[in-house]
Design a binder for this molecule. Structure first.
Ligand code: BTX
Length: 328
């Protein structure tokens, strides 16, 4: 019911809506309306109440509350169900649990803070309270397990476009899973999968974005390699707007891939924003380390490199540093 009251207020932003109108619209008593307004105010919404005129929403907090996000995203597919947590260990872990219990494709798990967030290969991901976007998406694409790398590329394309659109920041995609600003990491993507030999049960895509942190909010050891959107823009930015834009862009690119089997649009975005292509890269894979020239991305989301012997090789995954273009 709180969601209905909020939705009615948001749809009438900056104009008054009477308690009576609200109660009729939502089908509850005026006392119930009043109670919900009180609760919304406690959550940080600024709602003006004037007798004989009613209520008017003036300012919204930058919360990632599920009710608000569901209204904003208004999605048919990605974001059709949103779970919001104040503090959890990892949105990917919760997403896996929900996926195992049957959660539908498009379900989003988002948290204000993570205490045990994961990066690739068991590394950790710093996720302080209220300043970032820490979220996971549950997907159930009808694809071969080998194709999961494409999902990471689709996500990178969606995140890069969304950050660019909402903030105007100059973003780059460092293959395969980082978004960078000013040579530093602003976002990491972690794709995890449950699959049989030739079919995918579900894919969890975890997205971590540093939005409103100051440099000193990062632990000392990652300060040289991490940045935030706030550091780029110079002021705090609405996390809600970024999340909404990511989910819209992702839905468009993802459906293009799973419904129309078209990955070209996403790969073109990845190529356009790539900071990897055309540069000399160092690739660490297990115990091997090679220096090579990054020349292209394949339709499968793999990196094509030319090694020191002039041979062309495909790289499926690995730790990549781009010489001179990223600080890590
Ligand atoms: P990655 O393995 O590519 O990057 C992890 C490395 O990045 C760390 O070892 C550290 O050096 C650095 N790092 C850690 N935290 C940050 C940060 N906040 N900003 C910049 N650099 C950092 C990248 O893995 C994938 C990260 C995915 C995180 C999301 S958050 C939502 C979801 N839940 C979850 O547990 N993981 C994902």
């Amino acid at each position: 019911m709180k969601k209905d009251v909020l939705e009615a207020l948001k749809n009438n932003k900056d104009v008054f809506i009477s308690g009576e109108e609200l109660s009729k619209k939502i089908g509850v008593t005026r006392t119930a309306v009043w109670k919900n307004i009180k609760q919304l105010k406690e959550e940080g919404y600024e709602i003006e109440s004037v007798s004989r005129k009613g209520y008017r929403l003036t300012t919204e907090p930058d919360t990632l509350d599920a009710n608000v996000l569901e209204i904003e995203v208004a999605s048919k597919h990605i974001g059709n169900k949103i779970y919001h947590f104040e503090s959890i260990d990892s949105t990917n872990t919760i997403a896996k649990k929900l996926a195992t219990e049957g959660a539908i494709e498009g379900t989003i798990i988002i948290a204000e803070e993570q205490s045990g967030a994961r990066g690739r290969l068991g590394r950790n991901w710093v996720s302080p309270n209220g300043t970032g976007i820490w979220m996971s998406m549950i997907l159930r694409p009808n694809i071969e397990p080998m194709e999961a790398t494409k999902i990471t590329q689709i996500t990178a394309a969606a995140v890069a476009l969304a950050i660019k659109k909402v903030t105007g920041c100059d973003v780059g995609i460092k293959w395969p899973n980082d978004i960078i600003i000013n040579k530093k990491k602003v976002c990491g993507i972690l794709t995890e999968m449950s699959a049989e030999l030739n079919c995918v049960n579900y894919i969890i895509v975890g997205i971590g974005i540093n939005v409103n942190m100051n440099l000193l909010d990062f632990p000392e050891e990652i300060r040289p390699i991490a940045t935030s959107i706030k550091s780029c823009v110079g002021e705090s930015v609405s996390r809600k707007k970024i999340v909404t834009e990511i989910l819209h862009k992702f839905e468009e690119l993802y459906l293009d891939f799973v419904v129309h089997k078209n990955i070209e649009k996403s790969m073109n975005i990845c190529k356009k924003y790539s900071v990897t292509l055309g540069n000399q890269v160092k690739i660490k894979n297990r115990n091997k380390e090679i220096i090579a020239q990054a020349i292209d991305l394949t339709e499968d989301g793999q990196l094509l490199i030319k090694n020191e012997l002039g041979e062309i090789e495909k790289v499926l995954s690995g730790e990549v540093s781009v010489r001179g273009l990223t600080d890590y």
